[in-house]
Write a protein of this length. Structure first.
Length: 125
């Protein structure tokens, strides 16, 4: 995905933001200790974090509003799960703690955006 030197609308900005978020997660994973407990944690973190962007992208080609909403709900669940794994890394005091904290804040912002979108799509806003 080429993301440099392009103008984007809000929808594209959100897709790019989630893509960059996953790249930053990959950077954080490289700073974790090479221990068994962090292998599993890192795998879970990568799966949940990359699922956010993947589901946002899938929503674009949804066949109905219900399908679109479903992809956003899955992305929201993934964002919340990502916050859990990032919290464990942060509280374990391993890896790049500053990056983990920044990513925790970004995951929270992504989750808030997704939650607001889900409410709007459901007509509750």
């Amino acid at each position: 995905m080429q993301i440099q030197n392009q103008k984007f609308n809000k929808s594209q900005d959100f897709k790019v933001r989630s893509y960059k978020f996953t790249l930053s997660i990959m950077q954080l994973l490289e700073t974790l200790p090479n221990r068994k407990s962090f292998w599993s944690l890192g795998d879970q973190l990568f799966r949940s974090a990359s699922s956010i962007g993947a589901n946002i992208i899938e929503a674009v080609s949804a066949s109905s509003k219900k399908d679109y909403l479903n992809f956003y709900q899955i992305a929201l669940k993934s964002a919340n799960e990502t916050k859990y794994w990032l919290g464990l890394i942060y509280d374990s005091n391993n890896g790049n703690i500053t990056l983990a904290n920044n990513l925790l804040k970004e995951a929270d912002e992504l989750a808030r955006i997704l939650a607001a979108s889900v409410l709007t799509l459901k007509g509750r806003r």
